[in-house]
Ligand binder design. Structure first.
Ligand SMILES: [Cu+2]
Length: 152
């Protein structure tokens, strides 16, 4: 399923849930049910610098932890026809521009099915603003996509 499809489904589910919720009047004096927080963060999607790819990522298994190793799911599709990009090399770096440093380790990506890649060995050791750059290399041509990540 593409990230866009997942987002649409998620939005649809939210709409359905809120509709259902309105049908059930809460008993007088009952405190409102607290909203359930999604464990799995949404995909972030952007177009690569030269416009060739739509790149989506999300941390695997929950929000990005501070100063602990984590993994990313990355999905790469062509911007022109939304086809999964297979056989590419994905390379991820993250830097804090205001501090002039990057991560203290070098992540490695392995290809999975359908244009998906799993990136292991991520570690963001400080709170603040990071720029995540996802490089996609196909036929020796590299194209980067930047994302801003604010770690709290
Ligand atoms: Cu820093």
């Amino acid at each position: 399923m593409s990230p866009l499809t997942e987002r649409l489904l998620a939005a649809l589910c939210c709409a359905l849930i809120s509709t259902c919720g309105n049908d059930e009047p809460s008993a007088p004096g009952t405190p409102p049910t607290p909203e359930v927080e999604a464990v799995q963060p949404d995909w972030e999607t952007a177009t690569s610098r030269a416009g060739r790819y739509r790149v989506a990522w999300r941390p695997a298994g929950g929000p990005i932890p501070l100063n602990e190793p984590f993994e990313l799911d990355v999905e790469v599709r062509t911007a022109a026809d939304d086809a999964p990009v297979t056989g590419g090399i994905v390379s991820v770096i993250a830097e804090m521009p205001e501090h002039g440093h990057g991560m203290l380790r070098e992540p490695r990506a392995t290809e999975q099915e359908g244009g998906r890649y799993r990136v292991k060995g991520m570690l963001m050791h400080m709170t603040g603003r990071w720029v995540l750059s996802i490089d996609v290399i196909v036929n020796s041509v590299s194209e980067s996509t930047d994302f801003e990540v604010v770690l709290e």
